[in-house]
Write a protein that binds this ligand. Structure first.
Ligand SMILES: NC(=O)CC[C@H](N)C(=O)O
Length: 305
């Protein structure tokens, strides 16, 4: 397997030239474009890797399914689904357009920015720092990595430039779909996006999801299977933003991408996969990462469809 992964990285390394590193968050611009790494962890805990799988990057939108799990555990399904819907949008992740015109101002799903900010507000904690501490604690469990931290430079960069997210959050508050203090919810959202991980961490999370919420090492149940199923369904239908349909056809596994260049994938009953390649396509998905996953999926017959 390691030989296969090395070969995939070699084959697709140059694909990064066709994408661009995210620049709307200034701090992300500093990442070298041609990094590429992959890590796989199977459900027996065996791990395989190639390329830049130890390089740290920020979770960005991959935080959305993780914080959703915590919000579901904190609040239960009915309260979470009062705030966010269950349908894909076909719009970019930061789109505002349907918030005013559709679904009683409820974000269509929690994988777009608007829905994720509403979900961040639901995490229990008396203020943003208590909430982010709980998110970090949960992250450390589902990655089996006690060193997980927030990258404060990326956080400051998002806080300084995230005005589109800010405008969505104030609108959602006005229509009753974002509870509590808006700035506190935004702080939680920007911090969860700024949590640093490696491709290996993403593979571990993917493997826990593939094991229906049970930790690979300790066999402890980290979250209920029902919530695991909800999150995987969202990943399958909306995890790659408005590229989710194409990804279903070309790769065919539940996955979540982030503009930091990560993609976290889960193959039910088999493995978790983490990919990192910071040059993005026009939809915000890792350009080379997608090519690696397409080759891997056809090579190992991973598609669930
Ligand atoms: N798609 C993403 O990864 C977006 C996350 C980013 N922090 C934002 O809010 O715009």
């Amino acid at each position: 397997m390691n030989a296969l992964l090395n070969q995939l990285i070699e084959t697709h390394k140059n694909d990064a030239q066709k994408g661009n590193v995210a620049d709307y968050i200034p701090e992300l611009k500093k990442t070298p474009k041609d990094l590429l790494g992959i890590s796989i962890i199977d459900l027996n805990g065996n791990s395989y890797e190639a390329g830049d799988c130890d390089v740290k990057f920020t979770l960005q939108s991959i935080s959305k399914p993780i914080v959703l799990l915590l919000a579901l555990m904190d609040n239960g399904e009915s309260r979470v689904f009062e705030k966010v819907g269950k349908e894909p949008t076909g719009d970019p992740f930061n789109s505002i357009i349907r918030l005013e015109t559709y679904n009683e101002h409820k974000p269509l799903n929690p994988m777009i920015n608007a829905g994720a900010i509403s979900v961040s507000a639901l995490v229990k904690g008396k203020n943003s720092s208590e909430k982010i501490d709980r998110i970090l604690e949960f992250m450390r469990k589902i990655t089996n990595n006690p060193t997980i931290q927030v990258n404060e430079h990326v956080f400051e960069s998002e806080l300084a430039t995230g005005n589109r997210n800010r405008s969505m959050a104030y609108f959602l508050h006005d229509v009753g779909n974002l509870e509590g203090n808006v700035e506190e919810a935004l702080t939680v959202y920007f911090k969860q996006c700024s949590i640093e991980v490696t491709a290996k961490d993403l593979a571990y999370i993917g493997a826990v999801l593939a094991a229906d919420g049970v930790d690979l090492t300790t066999r402890e149940r980290l979250f209920p299977k029902r919530y695991c199923d909800i999150v995987k369904s969202y990943m399958a239908t909306c995890g790659m933003y408005d590229g989710s349909g194409e990804f279903a056809i070309n790769v065919g596994i539940p996955a979540k991408s982030g503009v930091g260049g990560g993609i976290m994938c889960t193959v039910l009953g088999r493995m978790g996969i983490g990919v990192f390649g910071p040059a993005l396509d026009s939809k915000g998905n890792s350009y080379a990462g997608l090519r690696v996953l397409e080759s891997l999926s056809s090579g190992l017959s991973l598609s669930i469809y």
